[in-house]
Design a protein around this ligand. Structure first.
Ligand code: 13P
Length: 410
C-alpha cells in the first residue's frame, strides 16, 4: 500500500527542506534498482516514466509492473508521467496508474502552454492526481550528450511564473535556471538568484529537470530555494551502460543476462547516493505518517435486466467497456454474469475501478457516463444496486523481512 498522494509527498518535502528524486525508468532493471535503493535509503521516491522514452518500452506493460512494484514497496512511492506530450497522454497515464502527471508544453508560447496545462490540471485534479507544469525551456535530451542537442535554454521569468501558476493551478512548477537534459561538457552555471525570486513569488514546490552532472553543493542550494522534485536519468543510464561495457570486455561471448549482470546494483548505488544528497534518505516513515495513501475505489453495480435477450445484454456490456474506460480516472471496466444460474438475486455485474475517490464525482458527472447510463443502461436495468468500495490493500511486509532475489544476483 505505500503508494502515496504525490502532492502530499511534495508538500512534505517542501515543508521539511528536502527533495525527492524522480528517477526515469526504461526497463525492469531500472524499476527494481530504484525501488531497492529507496528501500535501502528509507526514502520516499518518484518512479517516473518519460514519454520521450516510449519508443524503448511498452508504456502499458511498464506501468503495470511499476504499479505492482510500488504496491509491494516498503517505502512511500508515487508514479509520475514525465514530459507528457498531450492531454490524451495525461488521461492515458492516469488510467494506467500514474498519480502525478506532467504535460510539457514548455516549447510553446506562454498562452498555449498555460491553456493546455490548465486543461490537464482540471482533468487530473478531478481524479485526485498531482500536476506538474513547466515554464521556460530546458534544452537537451535525457541520456544523450547535451552538446548534440544544442537548443537554446529559455530561462523562466519571475512575473510569468506567478501568472502561470495562477492560470494553470499546477501543484508543482518546473523551472529553467540553466540546467540541460543529458551529459554536460563543463560545469553548469545555475541562476540561483532567479530561483530564489521565483520561490519567493510562487511559494510552490519547484522542480528541476536535467540534473545529471550537478554537484552536491548545487543540489543543496537548489533545495534551499524550494526545489522538492529532482528529475534524474542520464547518470543512471550511463552507470548501466558502463557495467554492460565492462561485462563485454571481461567476456566477449557473454549472452544477454551475462552482459546485464550487475546493472541493477550500479543503478541502485547511484540512486541511493542521490537520495542521501537530496536529503530524502530517512524520510520514509515521516511521509507515511503524514501523507495520504493513494487508494483506488471499486464502483460495483449488480443488476437484472428486463425486456432484452442475452445477445443485447452482451452488446450493451461491450459498448460500456469501450465508452466508460475512456473517462479520466477509470482504470478498468469489468462486466460479469452470475456463475450460478438457478435464480441468483442479481444476474449481472459491473466492476469499475476508479483511480481515486475523487473520480466517484467526476465519473458520475462525465458526459460519456451520463449518456451511456441514461440512454443505454438504466432503461433496461431498473432492478439494481450500486456501491463504492475503497480497496484495502495488503500492507507490504517490513523491508528487512523480505528475501530480495536481486541481492543474490547483483
Ligand atoms: P538528466 O537526464 O539530465 O538527469 O535529466 C532527467 C530529466 O530531467 C527527466 O525529466
Amino acid at each position: 500500500m505505500p503508494l502515496v498522494d504525490m502532492k502530499d509527498m511534495l508538500d512534505h518535502a517542501y515543508r521539511n527542506g528536502y527533495a525527492v528524486g524522480a528517477f526515469d525508468l526504461v526497463s525492469l532493471d531500472f524499476l527494481e534498482a530504484i525501488l531497492m535503493a529507496a528501500e535501502r535509503a528509507c526514502s520516499p521516491v518518484i518512479l517516473s516514466l518519460a514519454e520521450s522514452h516510449f519508443e524503448y518500452y511498452d508504456f502499458e506493460l511498464a506501468l503495470a509492473a511499476t504499479d505492482a512494484g510500488a504496491r509491494r514497496a516498503g517505502v512511500p512511492v508515487a508514479i509520475h508521467l514525465d514530459h507528457g506530450a498531450s492531454y490524451e497522454s495525461a488521461v492515458l497515464g492516469i488510467n494506467l496508474g500514474c498519480n502525478g502527471v506532467m504535460v510539457d508544453a514548455s516549447h510553446e508560447a506562454f498562452a498555449t502552454n498555460a491553456a493546455l496545462t490548465r486543461r490537464v490540471s482540471d482533468m487530473a485534479h478531478a481524479c485526485g492526481v498531482c500536476v506538474e507544469g513547466e515554464l521556460g525551456y530546458v534544452a537537451g535530451v535525457e541520456g544523450e550528450d547535451a552538446a548534440k542537442h544544442p537548443g537554446e535554454v529559455v530561462y523562466t521569468l519571475v512575473d510569468e511564473a506567478c501568472a502561470y501558476v495562477e492560470r494553470t493551478r499546477v501543484d508543482c512548477l518546473a523551472v529553467s535556471i540553466g540546467t540541460v537534459h543529458g551529459r554536460l561538457r563543463g560545469p553548469p552555471k545555475l541562476d540561483f538568484e532567479r530561483l530564489m525570486r521565483i520561490n519567493d513569488a510562487v511559494k510552490l514546490p519547484l522542480v528541476i529537470h536535467g540534473d545529471t552532472g550537478l554537484s552536491d553543493e548545487q543540489f543543496h542550494r537548489l533545495i534551499a530555494h524550494g526545489v522538492t522534485k529532482i528529475n534524474y536519468y542520464t547518470a543512471l543510464s550511463d552507470a548501466a551502460a558502463e557495467t554492460i561495457r565492462a561485462n563485454a570486455r571481461a567476456d566477449g561471448l557473454s549472452g544477454y543476462t551475462g552482459l546485464a549482470k550487475g546493472v541493477r546494483e550500479a543503478i541502485a548505488a547511484e540512486v541511493e547516493r542521490c537520495q542521501h544528497v537530496f536529503g530524502a534518505a530517512g524520510r520514509a516513515a515521516g511521509v507515511l505518517a503524514e501523507c495520504r495513501s493513494w487508494q483506488s475505489v471499486e464502483h460495483v453495480i449488480l443488476y437484472n435486466v428486463e425486456g432484452v435477450g442475452d445477445a443485447e445484454v452482451e452488446a450493451i456490456m461491450a459498448r460500456g467497456r469501450e465508452v466508460l474506460s475512456q473517462i479520466p480516472g477509470v482504470r478498468r471496466v469489468i462486466t460479469g454474469r452470475a456463475v450460478l444460474e438457478d435464480k441468483p438475486r442479481y444476474c449481472f455485474s459491473w466492476l469499475i475501478e476508479f483511480a481515486h475517490r475523487a473520480v466517484i464525482d467526476s465519473y458520475r458527472d462525465h458526459p460519456l457516463h451520463l449518456d451511456f447510463a441514461n440512454r443505454v443502461f438504466r432503461p433496461i436495468a431498473g432492478d439494481r444496486v450500486s456501491i463504492d468500495y475503497v480497496s484495502v490493500d495488503r500492507v507490504a511486509p517490513p523491508v528487512a523481512s523480505r528475501v530480495s532475489p536481486h541481492d543474490a544476483r547483483g
